[in-house]
Write a protein that binds this ligand. Structure first.
Ligand SMILES: [Cu+2]
Length: 330
């Protein structure tokens, strides 16, 4: 315990330098993390409440943070409040999680005002979490009073303006450029010739739907342009390569009869709102968590076997919208 005094002194010195900050905030040690990855959350609690010791710390777990497990903490009892998630989330190995820890309560310990402590839990950030700040409201209950680190900025408001900001982590999109997408967690990579294909995915289809989209990232590492010219999936009668285009102010999609060019050194992303593959005449619906085997054919690199991982219906993009499942006009 004594050794921690040095750290406390440093914290105080820093607070003085920061100038006029009455309370150092409760924060998360790791400030940035990618959607679709594990996240070890370390809540840094730099003091008690304005002179009195902290006896209890509560952390709320936001929607989309799944598989939460608090780390054991000597001297503290840990309770978790569990509940249903807002939806089902794909986790590792095709497992779907529908419920879990929504709140963690550490109690029975004592954190004096001039000491520092950390409260730790493991978690997984769902693949479809949107880019931006994700808040974990924390309350410190003290011998006298409490400190509620629960302020969340309104849209357009600067988080620095808040007196008691909730600890936050900045979520980075799993695949840059399709924030609305919802690719299942793990990336799978396929290579043929100079072409690399990353993480093909699709979406579960609502009952009776006869079409589904195919999405992935394609990189041409060669010196010559190449083209995705076709492919197949056994579950569908037809395989088409489409683009989204605005015509007369309306987003529509159309087939690319010559396929999709990938220039040397270029990475082209197929997303629900951009270029995509369309599986037509589906013989059976696609289910979340399933994988779908198929092939892709490139003009120069040739044919390659791939597997699409099937994410949730709608997958975060507006359903029925231009970027969503609005494929019924085919
Ligand atoms: Cu389409």
């Amino acid at each position: 315990m004594m050794t921690r005094l040095a750290g406390t002194a440093t914290t105080f010195a820093w607070m003085m330098l920061a100038g006029g900050v009455a309370f150092a905030h409760v924060t998360l040690e790791t400030r940035e993390a990618k959607a679709g990855t594990g996240y070890k959350a370390v809540l840094k609690v730099p003091h008690g409440c304005d002179g009195s010791a902290t006896l209890k710390v509560r952390a709320q777990i936001p929607e989309g943070v799944i598989a939460v497990k608090p780390m054991m903490k000597p001297g503290w009892q840990i309770e978790t409040v569990k509940g249903a998630y807002g939806k089902s989330y794909p986790y590792y190995h095709g497992v779907q999680l529908t419920e879990g820890v929504k709140e963690i309560v550490w109690s029975g310990g004592k954190l004096p005002d001039d000491f520092y402590d950390e409260f730790v839990f493991a978690s997984f950030l769902a693949g479809d979490l949107p880019e931006g700040r994700l808040y974990f409201p924390v309350t410190q209950e003290c011998e006298t009073g409490e400190a509620r680190w629960t302020d969340i900025p309104a849209q357009g408001q600067d988080a620095h303006a808040l007196k008691f900001p909730a600890p936050a982590v900045v979520i980075l999109a799993q695949h840059k450029g399709h924030g609305a997408g919802a690719a299942p967690a793990a990336a799978n990579v396929y290579k043929v010739g100079s072409i690399t294909i990353e993480a093909p995915w699709s979406r579960a289809t609502p009952g009776g739907a006869k079409v589904a989209g195919g999405y992935m990232k394609i990189t041409n590492n060669g010196k010559e342009p190449d083209r995705l010219i076709g492919g197949s999936v056994p579950v569908a009668g037809r395989f088409e390569i489409h683009e989204m285009a605005t015509e007369g102010g309306v987003m529509t999609m159309r087939e690319l009869p010559k396929g999709l060019e990938i220039k040397p050194g270029q990475t082209v992303e197929l997303t629900p709102g951009g270029y995509h593959i369309m599986f037509q005449e589906l013989k059976s619906g696609l289910k979340q968590g399933q994988t779908v085997k198929g092939t892709l054919v490139f003009e120069k690199a040739g044919k390659v076997d791939v597997e699409y991982r099937v994410g949730p219906i709608g997958g975060g993009a507006p359903s029925g919208g231009a970027a969503g499942g609005g494929h019924s006009h085919h």
